[in-house]
Write a protein that binds this ligand. Structure first.
Ligand code: ATP
Ligand code: MG
Length: 321
């Protein structure tokens, strides 16, 4: 890694100091980056995060796999919860990655979203509180959910199962929830449809790489179709650019193209690639608590702030907590 452009001399070289400039912050890109990240973190720590006047429900969706849906769901949720909001993450993916990242029980047979969707179990009965952040809850997914896309086909109100269950929760024990993030699987099947039917907002994470925009047309068509036939309140409100590497032309080009097509939806903050982000789930934690000083945690905190400040698409007034 090019720690310092000035530290190029060899031992015994002309200036006799192979490490010249290594500790010279003004010349070290790495040190400058660390200082800048810490400056941003402190500013975010001091900032107020507005609380919405009613519950905002997001479907975090992209049928392309591995673009950062789960990572974005859990980290934005954790960031908002840490800043005072009551937040629920619904794991709607049989892979159960959001449940892993939030450190909640989700082995086969654990009461989960499957029981909610297929057996009318109330959501409150399967929700688990995160160990790290007391105002963050998760409805886990287990491998049982793997058959749900097919099992739901023959169920009454199959597109509204999540809608009905979530509204029951919001009218009772979940009435003080400020945000709900539904982590969708990488497909546009019935699970994703259920999420879009109950959500007000769609959040699309886009990984800044080749093929990033392929499939986006299909996703947007699905959102339009749901809006037309099943949920007229649905808006594609938010696009988050993930795993962004500012050093590559490709990432900059993809980001430019996304911003060109979706100027008002694409958040200013981009999420950098970060080892801390990718290792956090193996500790059953989000990066927000795993390493709050890391560039990934600070970026997700900034995304959370942008989402909070923008407010819901049709409801701009917000109180603060
Ligand atoms: P799937 O479609 O399988 O549900 P996904 O869209 O939910 O995937 P994630 O699971 O969030 O995507 O991320 C895919 C992989 O990329 C994971 O291994 C995750 O740890 C890693 N990853 C996500 N964001 C970052 C990041 N900012 N820096 C480094 N690694 C990341
Ligand atoms: Mg996922």
């Amino acid at each position: 890694m090019d720690i310092n452009p000035h530290a190029t001399s060899q031992p015994g070289g002309d200036d006799g100091d192979a490490f010249a400039g290594l500790n010279d912050d003004a010349g070290s890109p790495l040190a400058n980056e660390l200082i800048e990240t810490e400056r941003k973190r402190r500013a975010l720590e001091a900032a107020e995060f507005p609380i919405p006047s009613s519950t905002r429900i997001f479907a975090v969706s992209n049928q392309k796999g591995g673009v950062g849906k789960t990572t974005t769901s859990v980290n934005v949720a954790a960031a908002l919860a840490q800043r005072g909001a009551n937040v629920l993450v619904i794991d709607a993916d049989p892979q159960g990655n959001a449940s892993t990242a939030l450190g909640v029980e989700h082995h086969e047979g654990t009461p989960s979203i499957y029981d909610v969707l297929l057996d009318d179990t109330p959501m409150a009965r399967v929700a688990q509180r995160s160990k790290d952040i007391p105002s963050l809850w998760c409805i886990p997914a287990t491998i049982d959910l793997a058959g749900a896309d097919i099992e739901l086909v023959s169920v009454v109100r199959r597109e509204f199962r999540l809608h009905d269950a979530l509204h029951e929760l919001l009218e009772g024990p979940g009435k003080n929830l400020d945000y709900i993030f539904i982590d969708c699987p990488p497909s546009l099947g019935l699970l994703t449809l259920n999420a879009m039917v109950v959500a007000q907002e769609v959040l699309i994470p886009i990984q800044c790489e080749y093929y990033a925009l392929e499939g986006l047309t299909q996703l947007i068509k699905t959102v339009d179709m749901v809006r037309k036939h099943l949920n007229k309140g649905l808006t594609l409100s938010t696009i988050v650019l993930t795993m962004y590497d500012a050093r590559t032309n490709l990432a900059r080009e993809v980001a430019g193209e996304v911003r060109g097509h979706f100027p008002s939806q694409t958040l200013e903050t981009t999420i950098p690639r970060s080892v801390r982000v990718s290792e956090a789930p193996s500790f059953g934690r989000t990066v927000i608590t795993h390493d709050p000083h890391s560039s990934g945690a600070v970026a997700y905190l900034a995304v959370a702030k942008e989402i909070a400040e923008r407010g819901a698409p049709h409801q701009q007034e917000a109180g603060s907590r």
